[in-house]
Write a protein that binds this ligand. Sequence first.
Ligand SMILES: [Zn+2]
Length: 88
Amino acid sequence: MRLILYAILGFIVYYLFKGLSRGTTKRSSPKQTPPSGKGKELKMDPVCGTYIPEDTPYRINYKGKLHYFCSESCMKTFQKRIAEREKR
Ligand SMILES: [Zn+2]
């Protein structure tokens, strides 16, 4: 009788361990790290044509599209262009 009990206990322990290991591997497998830091995208300054990282403080949201600039002067030039375009 005891042997059967040990066998059942053994099975229970075995399945528990199997489930545990499956759970931990499942938790560690997805490689979904947030896209931060690595591979910064470069955006073209529409005024002078230089490429700047997209985290530049000089950017304008114009008609739902973000425009990036290398400097404040380029940003102002672009704003002037927009203003002239709106006049017409
Ligand atoms: Zn520029």
